[in-house]
Write a protein that binds this ligand. Structure first.
Ligand code: ISJ
Length: 667
């Protein structure tokens, strides 16, 4: 028998492997730069998603043969491909703008080391130049002045955030600048509570924060009582203050990476109102840049229009007539002209292209003021997803040719009112023709159980993680997670495996908190006619799965959907989950006929939960295939590492049975 390697020997081998991995990554980067050069000659776009998909399919297969799971391989390659695309874009931009090339750039930004603008600046320029001279500033006006006066080559400015929206002071300084926007980047922003001395959250009585992060964490801050919020110029000045005070009662809000530069430790993370909190930054320079044709470009303009009915609509119609996708529209008061607005518009398109040029000509004729703030490369590299079926079967619109039923007392859900509703959750579309699987534990029992399920969900190409809280009234075992813990666990699993997740709401007062964290809400069969709950869910912006009551007719189900939609939330997914009949073989009988019937009555997506309508787990797969054949948009299934011990009251698949089901669906 060979002697096992010592820890030192194992580590030596790992270090050697890691150096080889780095060499290979560096060689891959060189090759993608060669690819970029070859794309200049043939004017081919940098991004080729068909090639990426084919590559991912091959790599996932190879990875599986080597014992690596698909999620791991996909995550790594999304990062590698993003780097490859951005590196190619940076090269093509340099070649298109040779006069701008310098080894060192001077960059102005808000705050000092550790601020969010600082982190964005380091990330953006790492691809572009060898070194930076940092010009920290205390206001947005000062930042712009640094560039206008020639003290800095570039400025990095935050422009919008997914929690707090547009950063109005930045829009206002853009109204008067002579500078141009030459780039953009998006940064994930994870706000933490950081302290300099060992302490706990409930000892904190003063929090130092810049206005923007404080606004993005407003819901968390509102829950605190007796805590003073001290405003600061930037997150870095908040860090500095807290590091100087070294007081266990004092904390700062900012990033963990930034705080580390000041010796601060996070005591609480995930403070932002939105769980996916991102900030978009723009890069400003004195002169505009050319954007290479191979790169997706954005053009930003500002305009004001006549104060008469329809003048804004007329201007926006110009974009439509020229086939330009508008990805942003903001308005700000024109300084000095009370009640007049300046509109800021981002369109996808290169300023040099004929459609952008002729749109601008048309706009010049109908606007009072029009200025291009810049044309720059779009840095959004959305990860390419490999579809479950390589050749997806169109389960889609089985309603073609069917009569359109008018549901007169439910006008919003009625098929007459519109084409099929499609609901997007990150990269998943429900109701778009793909059959979507929702899978996860019926009851969340522990972190280990949920993580194991989430890993399976991802590995087998199911699209949404589901998981429910054990009903509190039945919860005699205090070791089970409570509502707050359940949400936190789902959030962790969702982040780790990049899965949107759904969980159930039982009472109106739970809705706001669940909607803040979950991607999708669920109303259970027994609550289908809970008017207050329906209305509360109707007031949120999250899509909702509405389960059919076990004794409800299809009309009653549609009425319940109408109640939600009447409050404003139009993103309802109907779910057939079995109804009470005289047949007692299973708890309920799956009404397969409801699927095509609903499809003819409404434009809403329809999914199926067969969990309670089977007496044996082996009946689940046939009912899933039948649901797909009948036109359903998806299926909900329970999975569990040890189904025999599952606390869920429905029938639960083992991981192996789930794997077989997913292979069956992709065949
Ligand atoms: C390298 C290329 O450019 C891009 C990057 C890819 C990659 O890094 O594998 C794949 C396709 C393109 O989106 C290419 O076209 O092959």
């Amino acid at each position: 028998m060979t002697k096992p390697l010592s820890l030192d020997e194992i580590r030596k081998e790992i270090t050697e492997l890691d150096s080889s991995v780095l060499k290979l990554l560096s060689r891959r980067r060189e090759l993608s730069l060669d690819v970029a050069r070859s794309k200049i000659e043939v004017t081919k776009a940098v991004r080729d998603q068909a090639r990426e998909e084919a590559l991912l399919v091959t790599l996932i297969k190879k990875g599986r043969d080597l014992g690596l799971d698909a999620h791991y391989v996909t995550q790594i390659y999304h990062t590698i491909i993003e780097d490859s695309v951005l590196t190619q874009q940076a090269l093509l931009q340099q070649l298109a703008n040779p006069e701008n090339r310098q080894p060192v750039y001077r960059v102005a930004f808000l705050g000092d080391k550790g601020s969010y603008s600082y982190l964005a600046m380091r990330k953006y320029f790492s691809r572009i130049c060898e070194d930076l001279v940092e010009r920290g500033c205390s206001s947005f006006t000062q930042i712009i002045q640094e560039v206008e006066s020639g003290n800095a080559d570039y400025a990095m400015l935050p422009i919008e955030n997914t929690s707090s929206g547009g950063i109005t002071q930045v829009y206002d300084v853009l109204q008067h600048t002579t500078c141009s926007i030459v780039g953009e980047m998006t940064l994930p922003v994870e706000h933490c509570l950081l302290t300099a001395a060992p302490t706990t959250e409930n000892q904190i009585n003063t929090i130092y924060a810049h206005f923007q992060p404080a606004q993005q964490c407003s819901e968390y801050l509102d829950t605190l009582t007796g805590v003073k919020i001290e405003p600061c110029d930037s997150s870095s000045s908040a860090f500095l203050k807290v590091s100087e005070l070294k007081d266990p009662h004092v904390a700062a809000i900012g990033s963990a990476d930034g705080g580390e530069l000041y010796g601060l430790t996070p005591i609480k993370t995930g403070l932002a109102n939105q769980k996916e909190n991102f900030s978009r930054f723009i890069v400003i320079a004195r002169k505009p840049v050319e954007v290479a044709e191979q790169i997706p470009a954005k053009t930003t303009l500002i305009m004001s229009v006549d104060q008469k009915p329809g003048s804004l609509v007329e201007a926006l119609l110009v974009m439509r007539e020229h086939g330009l996708n508008m990805c942003k529209l903001e308005s700000r008061p024109i300084q000095g002209n009370p009640w007049e607005e300046m509109f800021y518009i981002d369109v996808e398109g290169n300023l040099r292209s004929s459609n952008v040029q002729s749109a601008l000509e048309a706009l010049t004729r109908i606007t009072r003021y029009l200025k291009v703030l810049g044309c720059y490369p779009s840095e959004e590299v959305s990860p390419t997803q490999v579809p479950l079926e390589k050749l997806p079967l169109p389960t889609g619109d089985n309603t073609e040719g069917s009569s359109k039923t008018k549901t007169s007392s439910a006008p919003l859900v009625s098929r007459e009112s519109q084409e099929n509703t499609q609901i997007r959750l990150r990269n998943v579309t429900i109701g778009g023709g793909q059959f979507v699987t929702f899978a996860g534990p019926g009851v969340i029992e522990s972190q280990a159980q949920l993580m194991a399920c989430a890993q399976q969900v991802k590995e087998h190409g199911a699209a949404v993680l589901r998981g429910a809280l054990y009903p509190p009234q039945l919860n005699l075992d205090n070791n089970l997670p409570n509502q707050g813990q359940t949400l936190q666990l789902l959030r962790e699993a969702g982040l780790r495996y990049e899965l949107p997740f759904v969980t159930e709401v039982h009472q109106p007062d739970q809705v706001a908190e669940v909607a803040r964290q979950a991607d999708l809400l669920q109303i259970g069969a027994r609550n289908m006619q809970n008017l207050e709950l329906l209305q509360e869910v109707g007031r949120t912006h999250r899509p909702v799965i509405l389960k059919r009551g076990l004794m409800a007719s299809l009309d009653e189900l549609l009425q319940a959907a109408e109640t939600i939609m009447a409050q404003g939330n139009r993103q309802v997914i109907l779910c057939e989950r079995g109804i009470r009949t005289f047949e007692g073989a299973a708890r309920q009988t799956l009404d397969l006929g409801a699927i095509p019937a609903l499809k003819s009555m409404t434009h809403l997506p329809v999914i199926v939960d067969p969990t309670h309508a089977i007496s044996d787990i082996n009946q689940l797969a046939p009912l899933t295939y039948a649901s797909r054949a009948a036109g359903a948009d998806g299926i909900i299934v329970d999975i569990h590492p040890q189904p025999d011990t599952a606390l869920s009251d429905g029938k639960t698949l083992s991981f192996e049975q789930f794997s077989n089901l997913m292979s069956g669906l992709s065949a």
